[in-house]
Design a protein around this ligand. Structure first.
Ligand code: NAD
Ligand code: DAU
Length: 355
C-alpha cells in the first residue's frame, strides 16, 4: 500500500509522515517542490521502503500523471502550499499559483486516476485536503468559535488562496464524485516549524537575545494546536472521515500573542539563564501591525470529536516547553534553515535591524 503526500518536507508534512510510518509502516510517496520551507533532510533517516521523495511541483500536471500511474496510491494527503501570511502580503502571486492552480491541477490528476480505479479501490480512495481556520476570517471577542458551517470570509491573500482551494475540492466532490475530505485547523506549533512563524521565531530570537517583534498591540488571539495532535486528527480524517465532509481541528488553547511571547520568554529564562538581560521579555518590541490582521481565531472541534474520536492531548504550556526544548536540542537543524534567504526575508518584513 502506498500513500501519496504532497508538501511532506514542510513542518506539518514532516511530522505527519514520521507519525504515519511509525504507526502503520506504510510507504509514503512525498511530492514536494522543496521551496525555502521544505527541507529534504527532515526525512533523510527514513528507509526507501517507507519514504520516497519526488521533487516537483503540484502545479505540474504531467508529473502528477506519472506519479499516480507509477506509484498507484490508495489515497492522498494534500499539504503542499505557500503557508506564511506575511509572505502572501508581500508577494501574493506564488500563493495563487501553488495554492489555487496547484490544488486544481492535483484535483484534475486525481480525478483521472480515480476514474481508472476498480470499484473496491474507488471505495477506499480518499483525497484529504489540509486547510486552515483562516478561511473563516476573524472573530470578535465574544463570538462563538468557528464551526464547519461558519461562512467563508478570508482576509489575506494566503487565506483567500486556501479558501479558493477548499471550494474547488468541494466542487470536485459534488460534480465528479471524488471522495474528498477537508480539514480546517488552527495554528500549529512544534518540531520542524520554519522560524518565520511566531513561536519558533520568538524562541530563536529570544535565545540569541534579538528583538522580539510583536505586531500592533499583541492582543490578537490564536487557538494553538500542537502538531502531534493535528497529525493524529489527519490520520483519523483519512481513515475514518466521511467523503464530502469537512472537519475543524483546534487545540482548545486560545492565547493572545503577547501572552504567548511572554510564556516563551519565561521558559527560555528558566532553561537558558542569561546574565546580560534580567528577563527576555525586555526584548519585546511592538512593531507595525500586519495589514488586514485577523483579531481572533477559535475552533469548535465538536464534530471531529463526536464522529472520529479526536481530542487534543497536549496542554499548551507543556507543548510550548517541549517546543523550546526541541529548538534548543537541534541547533544543526536551525543552522541549516537559517540561510541567506531567511535573513533577506527578515530584512524585507521587519527592516534592517532584524536581519
Ligand atoms: P510549510 O510552509 O512548512 O511547508 C509547505 C511545504 O509545501 C514545503 O515542504 C514546500 O516545499 C512545499 N510546497 C510549497 N509549494 C509547493 C508546490 N507548488 N508543489 C509542491 N510542494 C510545494 O507549511 P506547513 O505549515 O507544513 O503547512 C502545511 C499545510 O497545512 C498547508 O497547506 C497550510 O496551508 C496548512 N495549514 C498550516 C497551518 C499551520 O499552522 N502551519 C495551519 C492550518 C493549515
Ligand atoms: O490559523 C492557521 C494559520 O496559522 C495557518 O493557516 C498558517 O499557515 C499559519 O502560518 C498560521 O497563520 P498566522 O498568521 O496566525 O501565524 P503566524 O505564526 O505568522 O502569526 C501568529 C500570530 O502572531 C499572528 O497574530 C501574527 C502574530 N505575529 C507573527 C509574527 C511572524 C507577530 O506578532 N509577530 C511576528 O513577527
Amino acid at each position: 500500500m502506498t500513500l501519496l503526500v504532497t508538501g511532506g518536507c514542510g513542518f506539518i508534512g514532516t511530522n505527519f509522515i514520521r507519525l504515519h510510518v511509525s504507526e502503520r509502516r506504510e510507504r509514503i510517496v512525498n511530492l514536494d517542490k522543496l521551496t525555502y520551507a521544505g527541507n529534504r533532510r527532515n526525512l533523510e533517516d527514513l528507509p526507501e521502503s517507507l519514504h520516497v521523495l519526488v521533487e516537483g511541483d503540484v502545479a505540474d500536471g504531467e508529473l502528477l500523471k506519472r506519479v499516480f500511474s507509477e506509484y498507484k496510491p490508495r489515497a492522498l494527503v494534500h499539504l503542499a502550499a505557500e503557508s506564511h501570511v506575511d509572505r502572501s502580503i508581500l508577494g501574493p502571486g506564488e500563493f495563487v499559483r501553488s495554492n489555487i492552480v496547484g490544488a486544481f491541477t492535483l484535483l484534475e490528476a486525481a480525478r483521472g486516476y480515480y476514474e481508472g480505479l476498480t470499484p473496491p479501490e474507488r471505495e477506499s480512495f480518499r483525497f484529504l485536503s489540509v486547510s486552515t481556520d483562516e478561511v473563516f476570517g476573524s472573530l470578535g471577542p465574544e463570538d462563538p468559535p468557528f464551526t464547519e458551517e461558519s461562512p467563508y470570509a478570508p482576509n489575506s491573500p494566503y487565506s483567500a488562496s486556501k479558501a479558493a482551494a477548499d471550494h474547488l475540492v468541494r466542487a470536485y466532490h459534488k460534480t465528479y464524485g471524488l471522495p474528498v475530505i477537508v480539514t480546517n485547523c488552527s495554528n500549529n506549533y512544534g518540531p520542524y516549524q520554519f522560524p518565520e512563524k511566531l513561536i519558533p521565531l520568538v524562541i530563536l530570537n529570544a535565545l540569541n537575545l534579538k528583538k522580539l517583534p510583536v505586531y500592533g498591540d499583541g492582543r490578537q488571539i490564536r487557538d494553538w494546536l500542537h502538531v502531534s495532535d493535528h497529525c493524529r486528527a489527519l490520520s483519523l480524517a483519512l481513515e475514518k472521515g466521511r467523503p464530502g465532509e469537512s472537519y475543524n481541528v483546534g487545540g482548545g488553547a486560545e492565547s493572545a500573542n503577547i501572552d504567548t511571547v511572554r510564556i516563551l520568554c519565561e521558559l527560555l529564562d528558566e532553561k537558558r539563564p542569561e546574565p546580560a538581560v534580567e528577563s527576555r521579555a525586555s526584548l519585546i518590541e511592538h512593531v507595525r501591525d500586519r495589514p488586514g490582521h485577523d483579531r481572533r481565531y477559535a475552533v469548535d472541534c465538536r464534530k471531529i470529536e463526536r464522529e472520529l474520536g479526536y481530542r487534543p492531548l497536549v496542554r499548551f504550556k507543556d507543548g510550548l516547553s517541549s517546543a523550546v526544548d526541541w529548538y534548543l536540542d537541534n541547533p544543526r537543524w536551525v543552522e541549516s534553515v537559517v540561510s541567506g534567504e531567511y535573513r533577506n526575508w527578515n530584512r524585507r518584513n521587519y527592516g534592517e535591524s532584524y536581519e
